[in-house]
Design a protein around this ligand. Structure first.
Ligand code: SAH
Length: 348
């Protein structure tokens, strides 16, 4: 398979790409410069230089699941657990609103304490106080009825990474009780209810091959999500995967650019994990096509406890309290942080 500048130009024009070319592109950094330039071009055509800033509130790190890669898995007895109260969550929103954020992302482990009733109460309280803001939930796999109830309470977006679209890889990353079919069903339910849906995966997860990544991208094409969350896998010492290496910056950036070219309209965050593996990871993510950042709005005392992976970057520009630093950094990368609800721009 010979790649050339023409290959990338064609991807830019058609948003289509064969499996062979995808595999070849994923395997080399030779064309990164062209990939990033075209990804940036298509992003500017649709979103201009806007970077949407979302406030991330990690409200509980209790989790019933045992995903092998995740630091807050149920089996990690070294994890120090916490939950925020409704009042603490509302205080986070007040601070975020003051800082100009118009989307709040509420994420947690799968914590039985947060029943549907409690989640709906929190969502509707935020919704009535901040009717001009979007509420995004990321609280895992739930029944269709639960998703419907959260939607009726005012949640309009939902992040649920599919994690791995190949059954074989999914089974290596999760215990038997967790099934890819169930994950996919959840994503389908969310779409049908009318949420803006985010799926995605980690780059460089243990056992992941480039063919698995091709499967992930093909799955995303069939799902056609509004948001695509992609960050490097970062190893955590208190998980069964402690011996594995973390994913690479270079492959993550290349995938972000390919995703931007394949999904021109998607909302694509430069993730905290990307900012964690490299000091300039966030800026480089933006330059490779990302158009969303999610600084941490959780109370300072609990931020390090939501440790999905080691050394999580949650201070400095990752922190809402440093939003000036974050804005400067976005400007320096050539973009502009906007105070905007930042809905997806779907083609007409
Ligand atoms: N319970 C919610 C939130 C999970 S945490 C849910 O199921 O959606 C959010 C995301 O962090 C996960 O979807 C996973 O892709 C990512 N993550 C977990 N452990 C990680 C690790 N070690 N390195 C990088 N990302 C990780």
């Amino acid at each position: 398979m010979t790649l050339s500048k023409e290959t990338i130009k064609q991807l830019y024009h058609t948003h289509g790409i064969s499996n062979d070319i995808l595999l070849a592109l994923l395997a080399t950094d030779t064309w990164d410069e062209e990939l990033f330039a075209y990804a940036d071009r298509v992003r500017r055509e649709i979103y201009g230089d806007a970077v949407y800033v979302r406030g991330l509130i990690e409200f509980s790190n209790y989790c019933k699941n045992d995903c092998y890669y995740c630091g807050i898995r149920a089996g990690n007895c070294k994890a120090v657990r916490y939950r925020l109260t409704k009042q603490e969550i509302l205080d986070c929103c007040r601070e975020g609103y003051r800082l100009g954020m118009r989307t709040f992302v509420l994420q947690s482990g799968e914590d039985a304490y947060f029943t549907d009733e409690r989640i709906c109460d929190i969502v509707s309280s935020i919704h009535s106080r901040y009717p001009d803001c979007a509420i995004t939930l990321s609280v895992g796999e739930k029944s269709r009825e639960s998703y419907l109830a959260y939607h009726q309470a005012g949640a309009r977006r939902y992040l649920l990474r599919h994690e791995a679209a190949s059954d074989a890889l999914y089974a290596k990353l999760h215990p038997e009780q967790m099934q890819l079919a169930r994950r996919k069903q959840c994503l389908q339910d969310l779409k049908e209810i009318g949420y803006q849906v985010g799926a995605g995966f980690m780059v460089g997860a243990p056992y992941q091959t480039l063919s698995d990544i091709v499967s992930d991208l093909r799955f995303l094409q069939t799902l056609d999500p509004d948001m695509i969350g992609i960050g490097p896998y970062i190893t955590h010492n208190d998980t069964p995967f402690s011996g594995f290496e973390s994913g690479s910056l270079s492959l993550t950036l290349r995938i972000l650019a390919i995703v931007r070219l394949m999904f021109p309209h998607a909302l694509l965050p430069a993730t905290t994990a990307l900012a964690t593996i490299s000091p300039d990871g966030r800026e480089r993510g933006l330059k490779a096509g990302a158009n969303v950042v999610m600084p941490n709005l959780s109370p300072l005392g609990v931020r390090q406890l939501y440790n999905l992976y080691e050394n999580k970057n949650c201070t400095g520009a990752e922190s809402a309290q440093c939003s000036d630093t974050l804005c400067m950094l976005i400007e320096k990368a050539g973009y502009h942080a906007v105070t905007d609800i930042g809905d997806v721009k779907r083609p007409l």
